[in-house]
Design a protein around this ligand. Structure first.
Ligand code: HPA
Length: 271
């Protein structure tokens, strides 16, 4: 990655009308419907944006959408890049740097995740308070990182407290259940073994998924305030483990999605 590439990606989008968005939003698996609420949308397919990672067949629908949501200019990633698709960590986080270059001041992230904390049930949402990086690498571990920011980034408070608290209050007001907890990121794409689920619980994870943490690290590199919400799509009980059902995971994400959209929209209005 070079700053020239970033500039070219950004220039392409500006030229299409992506004019100074305030908020960036990353939509997780099964959580794409928020884009239907965007007014006056402009779309850019990932495959058309210079230097964007080339989308896989599975993700040929991936696109950036710019428009107005909750009265503010937003840029939304419908579909993200995952390590398990064969991308590296700089690819996975490249769109975050582009959105930052476009001018976003805040970032919202969503994902589908498994519940490790068995007090949480499928269909619950969880505000991520902290995370554990189990992906075996860092999106900041590259030679010319100093061109883009600090090398040794503080991760003592990676998620923005003020926005998180606001989201909790919105959830209370709207009667939407919002848990809070710690998200562990794994590479995937295989799901975890029973022994791994037990380990995740012991080390303090409340949820596990295959994304988000690289994007959060890069957002911190860019000093971009962020919040992240997991939609819990399955219960990872090692003593009663059900065979993985991806169709069900996507169905549960889809059923929970309207509540997530409500939370994000209200938060946009209030910040
Ligand atoms: N493990 C990892 N990623 C996931 C899971 C899980 O159980 N559920 C949804 N994404």
């Amino acid at each position: 990655m070079t700053s020239k590439q970033l500039e070219e990606s950004t220039a392409y989008l500006k030229n299409k009308g992506f004019d100074t968005p305030e908020i960036g939003i990353v939509l997780g698996t099964g959580l794409g419907k928020l884009v239907e609420e965007i007014e006056d949308p402009i779309e850019a397919h990932y495959n058309h944006i210079p230097y964007f990672p080339l989308a896989t067949v599975e993700f040929h629908t991936g696109k950036l959408i710019y428009g107005t949501l909750g009265g503010k200019k937003v840029v939304v990633m419908q579909g993200r890049f995952h390590l398990y698709e064969g991308y590296d960590l700089t690819d996975v986080t490249y769109p975050i740097r582009v959105m930052h270059q476009l001018g976003i001041q805040k970032l919202f992230i969503s994902n589908a995740a498994g519940a490790i904390n068995l007090n949480f049930k499928k269909g619950d949402m969880m505000l991520i308070k902290d995370h554990i990086n189990l992906q075996g690498g860092s999106p900041l571990a590259f030679k010319n990182v100093a061109e883009f920011g600090d090398r040794f980034v503080d991760m003592g408070e990676p998620y923005d407290l003020a926005m998180g608290n606001k989201l909790v209050r919105i959830a209370e007001r709207e009667n939407i259940s919002l848990k809070q907890g710690i998200y562990a990121s794994v590479v995937g794409p295989q799901l975890e073994t029973k022994a791994e689920y037990r380990m995740l619980k012991i080390i303090g994870a409340d949820a596990v998924g295959m994304s988000t943490v690289p994007e959060v690290i890069v957002a911190n590199h860019l000093r971009l305030p962020i919040i992240a919400v997991s939609v819990l799509t399955d219960e990872c009980d090692p003593d009663n483990l059900q065979p993985v059902n991806i169709a069900e995971i996507i169905e549960i994400a889809g059923k929970t999605e309207p509540k997530m959209i409500k939370l994000f929209k209200e938060l946009i209005k209030e910040i």
